[in-house]
Design a protein around this ligand. Structure first.
Ligand SMILES: Cc1cc2nc3c(=O)[nH]c(=O)nc-3n(C[C@H](O)[C@H](O)[C@H](O)COP(=O)(O)O)c2cc1C
Length: 324
């Protein structure tokens, strides 16, 4: 398995930094299993001689609904860091959500495909604004506001030298008094769609959309923030129902194969994001590994869709899954 291969090549402190959740790791450990609580109801007598996994998101055409989510410090996995990840994502026809805690500066990352920038709102809004403006100048097509991390939990970061000293100054900390108005502020300064990441509750999802969010991402941060948060495979359906198609709903957390992606789409997601799987692929295979990882998810989704009688993502309706 990719995770075990990564464990074999990464220094133990780096592997643990990537793999760890928070606290008792309840959320991290149950994320993948929660997708497998759902069962498919295949559709018969459909023409699946051709299957298309293509989707369009904010004007970007993607080979499949599987994105590389924002994760910090890719330089710990590969000397080229996010530059290598970006090359792999491009080769797979996917989309990179670049973390604002990337290990490489923007100018050193070949961002040719459509890409989005993940931002926190820092205590120092000037720094936030400068980062967002730089990302937009470098071509970011959307801003992902991560809202589920009022505080960074204390966890050892290996090779602390990789983090610039500024990252530990107070101004660089996330603003723990973040308000809904930050969505409109980011939209104004960026001129781009703003997606809110970390939504788990239906009421919050509606509040974000009412406040101007162009999309919501159902996520519990891979179990790295508040532990014992609801699994995203359970939170997604109610959030999608409440959003009611007003904006795209995306999801991440423990997504391991095409069956999980199909389940997410049937529960109302437009696309999914991968966190750790991309890191394992980067560590073991560099850009080629990242490309293969994304291609494999897409091929597995296509195979699963064909067997379930679903020729295109538009055909994936809620009645395709039921609780197991
Ligand atoms: C090592 C690591 C670093 C992360 N860094 C960020 C980050 O900088 N910003 C962010 O919004 N989410 C971050 N996340 C959360 C991921 O975007 C995502 O929500 C989570 O990893 C999805 O779960 P998965 O790893 O099971 O696919 C990070 C996750 C990991 C594992």
């Amino acid at each position: 398995m990719r995770q075990e291969a990564a464990r074999a090549v990464l220094p133990p402190a780096v592997f643990d930094y990537y793999q760890d959740g928070f606290g008792a790791q309840v959320s991290r450990d149950e994320a993948a299993a929660a997708w497998r609580d759902w069962r498919f109801v295949p559709q018969l007598f459909r023409d699946v001689s051709r299957v298309s996994t293509e989707v369009e998101l904010f004007g970007a055409r993607l080979a499949g609904p599987v994105l590389a989510g924002p994760t910090a410090l890719h330089t710990l996995a590969h000397p080229e860091g996010e530059a290598e990840t970006a090359r792999g994502v491009e080769a797979a026809g996917s989309l990179l959500v670049l973390s604002s805690r990337a290990g490489r500066p923007l100018s050193e990352i070949p961002l040719t495909r459509p890409w989005w920038f993940q931002s926190y709102v820092l205590r120092d809004r000037d720094i936030t604004e400068r980062q967002v403006r730089a990302a937009v100048a470098a071509g970011a097509g959307a801003i992902v506001l991560t809202a589920d991390a009022p505080y960074v939990p204390l966890r050892p970061v290996p090779q602390a030298g990789e983090l610039s000293p500024a990252a530990r100054t107070v101004g660089m900390e996330q603003d723990p008094a973040l308000e809904l108005g930050a969505i409109g502020w980011l939209a104004r300064i960026s001129g781009k769609p703003v997606l809110v990441k970390g939504v788990l509750g239906a009421r919050d999802a509606v509040a974000c959309v009412d406040a101007g969010a162009a999309g919501v991402i159902v996520s519990n941060h891979g179990g790295r923030q508040l532990d014992r948060t609801v699994a995203t495979a359970r939170a997604l359906g109610p959030v999608a129902a409440a959003v009611a198609g007003r904006v795209p709903v995306l999801v991440d957390g423990g997504i391991q194969d095409g069956g999980d992606v199909l389940t997410a789409l049937a529960l109302g997601a437009t696309a999914v994001l991968l966190g750790r799987p991309v890191l394992w692929a980067l560590a073991t295979g560099g850009a080629d590994g990242v490309r293969d990882c994304l291609d494999l998810y897409r091929a597995d989704l296509a195979r699963t869709m064909a067997q379930a009688g679903l020729p295109a993502v538009e055909d994936i309706t809620a009645d395709v899954v039921t609780r197991g």
